[in-house]
Design a protein around this ligand. Sequence first.
Ligand code: PMP
Length: 418
Amino acid sequence: MTDSHTAEQIVATSFDVERIRQDFPILHQTTHNHPLVYLDNAASSQKPNQVITAIENYYRQYHSNVHRGVHSLSEKATHEYELARKKIKNFVNAQSTDEIIFVRGATEAINLVAQSYGRDQLQPGDEIIISEMEHHSNIVPWQMLCEQTGAILKVIPINDAGELDLSVYKELLNEKTKIVGIIHISNALGTINPVKEIIKLAHDYDAIVLVDGAQAAPHEIIDVQALDADFYTLSGHKLFGPTGIGILYGKQQLLDNMPPYQGGGEMIRRVSFTKTEYNVLPHKFEAGTPHISGAIGLGIAIDYVEKIGMDNINRYEHSLMEYATKQAEQFPDLTIIGTAKNKSSILSFLLGDIHAHDIGTILDQYGIAVRTGHHCAMPVMEHFQVPATARASFAFYNTFDEIDTLFAGLNKVKEVFQ
Ligand code: PMP
C-alpha cells in the first residue's frame, strides 16, 4: 500500500481482507510467475471454500434427485435445495419462496419473463422501454419479443458520464408502455441506476418493471419489496456461487398468472393426453431436473456474504473504488469510461490509443486479470465511439495493493508502446 490513502486505510483495517482471502483458494496462485491479481469480478467472481465444500458434500454424501423420492437421500437433497430458496428469499427480501424461481442465470430469467409474461400480454403497438446501457441479455430477448408480438422497443439514452437521461424516460412513458427492463448496475460503466424511481414512474402507467440485478447483487443490499420491483434477476456465478444457476424473483400475483416457460417433468401436477394441469409456484417454472448442486452452492454463497455483511462489503468496496478512481484520474493518457456520480466497483477505461486487448494481454503477463472488449454492451461502446474498453472490476477480496499493482502494470503497458 502507498501512503496516500489514509482514509481508505481506516476502512481497510476494520475489514479483514487477508482473513477473507484465505477462504478463496484460487487467489493464491501465480500467473506468468506473478501473484494472481484477479480484477475480472464483473464477468464472474471466485468461490470461497465454503461453497466448493458444499458442492462436494452434495455429490459425495447426498446426491439424488429432488421432490420425487421418498428415500432419505432424496429427502435430504430436497431439503437443502428448498433451504437455498429460503436463503435467497431472505437475501432479496421477497414475500414468499414461491416468488423465487431457480434458472440458469440472469439471461434465462429475462428470457423467461419476455417469453412467458411478454408473449402472453403484449399486443402489436405496445411499447417496451429499455436503456442504452443494457447488457445484451436485457436487449435481445425484448427485440425477439417485439418481432413475435409487434411491440415496439424504446430506448432511454445515456449522457457522457454514463448516466440515464431520466427526462427522456419520462417522455417515453405512456399508456402503451407495458414493460420496462432496466439494469441496476451497468457492467460496462459501473453506473448505479435509480431503479426505485424508475419503477415508481413506470407504475404510474401500470407498466411492469424487470430489473437486471446481475451486477448489483454482489455489491448492494437488494430489497425487492422496497424497490417495488415486479421482476428482479440475479446471477449465481457473480455472487460467489456456482455457474449455471441464477434467480428470477417475480411478484407472486404476476407469476401465478403467467403461462409456463418450458414444459416437462416437475412443472406439472397431472398429465394426460386430454388435459395437463400445471404445478404450483415455484415449480411451474422449473421444468426438468434442476441444478441442485448449483442452488445449494448459491445458498452457501449467500450465507458467506451475509456473514461478512453486505453493508461491510459495500463500504469496503466503495473505498477500493475511490482509491482506484483517484489513481486512474492521475494516470497519464488514461480516460475513464463511465464517470457517473453514483458508481459501483467497475473501472472501465482507455489508455491513449492502445487497443484494449493489448492492455489486457500485457497485464496478463504480470498476473493481472482484467476484462477487455465490449462487455456485451455494444450500444455503450457505440455511444462512446470506441470498439472496446479495458475493465477492472473489484470484489471484497481485492486489496489496495492489488490496485497499486494494476497501475504499475499499466505503466508497463505504456513502456511497451513508447
Ligand atoms: N446482465 C448483466 C448486467 C451482466 O453483467 C451479465 C453477465 N455479464 C448478465 C446480465 C448475464 O448474466 P448470466 O451470465 O447470469 O446469464
